[in-house]
Design a protein around this ligand. Structure first.
Ligand SMILES: NC(=O)c1ccc[n+]([C@@H]2O[C@H](COP(=O)([O-])OP(=O)(O)OC[C@H]3O[C@@H](n4cnc5c(N)ncnc54)[C@H](O)[C@@H]3O)[C@@H](O)[C@H]2O)c1
Length: 462
């Protein structure tokens, strides 16, 4: 098999950046994706859609059964159509490893299991370790192991020395971190800014490169530790932008400036760019919180105090408490009132509630004695103690003295706020935790509007 990467080299020293790979005519790879969560499922259905022969493996039999029946286990625009198409044309299948790993191992086998945050802030690699050990023990022919899970720098080296070097057959290792955004995951797969591949095995790199031949994105080839670090550094940088603009928003509240104008003015500088400069109650989700904590842990473990990153994390932890702090100040008898929490997922277009600010805000309000009513248009299946779940935004607002917008769902932006006011009790305060509402419209409706660093909003400095 001859595989060639385009020779457009943008750098002569260090990593190799190629425009894209050349695909051998009619080449179809036999691919396995282990873990069918947000990343594994998107990877599996998209690789199948590119014509590869894909087997997705998950230890959760209920997930496997649901996916086999053509129903997506996650809410993600576009995914169910690709899932159904892949199942129908035979390029995609789902299974558990209950009959042993050996027959499931593909020529290229992706690991996309979870790496959640451990209690000490480190990445919990137990799922990755278990899968890698199983694969190394079961392999009866050479294959390429591609690490798509986000794993700390140094993990690839450890996996190679602890597991792969003792295997009965050669197993090549490629780090291939994933950068997709939940809510845009399928689009991001096909229109990514870059594909990062890290390995010391050039033929394995070339084979994985070819897998992405139909994706028009630059491919950065580097060593394994650098690829691992790129993933953490990217998430740390984006988190830094968010915490930075939130600090500026809090300052705007204190001095009377307007964060919307300020962030627009900053973002017009092409050296800075407008992305991730929206002030609010901070970042959440399954990546930024755990990846910033894990990077800080790794830095500390290696004797380096990453002061900037520690501040980013601290700012974010405080930012998500702002709605509770300000509501308690504005409504002294909050413990006797009903508060509507609008949105549970950490951002729109996903049902993922991992580390979502609402998940911290709801119990805090409830502990304070408030009657908490929660509405989310999609993340409706998540069990919640301490709060009442309702099926419509109107049920949530009916009789509420205050509402907190915790997720920027379009439904809240476009809501009939005059109708909302007519259902709410005084003081009818809305805390716009995402700076996504039109303050003038709410004020005209008789609502007391609070936001994060916005001029004209009820001032709230801490
Ligand atoms: N979610 C994102 O937006 C995103 C983006 C980029 C990178 N990542 C990274 O990708 C990785 C996966 O994230 P996710 O959000 O998809 O996780 P997830 O928790 O949604 O899914 C993990 C899946 O792996 C399965 N699994 C666990 N152990 C297994 C085993 N031994 N064999 C087979 N299946 C097993 C679980 O049942 C689950 O379905 C993480 O490292 C994460 O940091 C996530």
């Amino acid at each position: 098999m001859v595989i060639a990467c385009d020779t457009l080299l943008l750098l002569t020293v260090g990593p190799t950046v190629s425009k894209r790979c050349l695909k051998e005519e009619g080449h179809v790879a036999r691919v396995t994706v282990i873990g069918t969560g947000y990343v594994g499922l998107v990877s599996g259905v998209c690789l199948a859609n590119s014509g590869h022969d894909v087997t997705c493996v998950d230890i959760d039999p209920a997930k496997v059964a649901q996916l086999t029946s053509g129903r997506s286990t996650i809410y993600e625009p576009g995914i169910e159509e690709l899932l159904v198409a892949g199942l129908a044309n035979g390029t995609l299948r789902f299974t558990t490893p209950s009959d042993g790993w050996a027959p499931l191992i593909g020529d290229i086998t992706f690991v996309a299991v979870g790496t959640p945050m451990a209690a000490n802030g480190a990445a919990d690699l137990s799922q990755v370790r278990a899968v890698v050990a199983d694969l190394a023990a079961a392999a009866d022919r050479p294959f390429i192991l591609v690490m798509k899970s986000t794993v700390p720098p140094g993990t690839g080296a450890t996996v190679k020395s602890r597991n792969l070097s003792d295997a009965a057959v050669p197993i090549a290792y490629v780090s291939n971190p994933e950068f997709l955004r939940e809510g845009h995951a399928v689009a991001d797969w096909y229109h990514t800014d870059r594909i990062v591949l890290g390995s010391d095995d050039s033929s394995a790199l070339a084979a994985v490169c070819e897998l992405y031949a139909d994706i028009d994105a630059p491919i950065l080839e580097t060593d394994t530790a650098s690829a691992e670090t790129i993933k953490y550094a990217s998430n740390a940088f984006l988190s830094t932008k968010i915490s930075f603009i939130n600090e500026i928003a809090n300052l705007c509240d204190a001095i009377g400036a307007d964060i919307d104008s300020v962030s627009t003015g900053i973002g017009m500088d092409t050296r800075i760019g407008p992305a991730f400069l929206k002030a609010g109650i901070g970042y959440g989700g399954s990546c930024f919180p755990k990846d910033t904590r894990a990077l800080d842990f790794i830095a500390t473990l290696n004797g380096y105090q990453f002061t900037l990153l520690k501040s980013v994390i601290e700012v974010n932890n405080r930012q998500r408490l702002l709605p509770v702090i300000h509501l308690a100040r504005a409504i002294p008898d909050l413990h006797e009132r009903t508060v509507a929490v609008l949105g549970l997922s950490f951002k729109p277009d996903t049902d993922d509630v991992r580390e979502a600010p609402a998940v911290d805000i709801v119990p805090l309000l409830a502990e304070g004695g408030a009657n908490v009513v929660v509405y989310d248009p999609i993340a409706a299946h998540i069990p919640l103690e301490d709060a009442t779940r309702v099926a419509t935004v109107w049920e949530a607002l009916d009789g509420a003295s205050a509402a907190i917008v915790t997720t920027e769902w379009p439904e809240f932006r476009d809501l009939d706020w005059a109708r909302a006011r007519s259902m709410m009790h005084d003081p009818a305060l809305v805390y716009d935790g995402r700076n996504c509402l039109d303050g003038d419209t709410l004020r005209a409706a008789g609502i007391e509007y609070m936001a994060v660093g916005r001029q004209g909003a009820h001032r709230a400095s801490i």
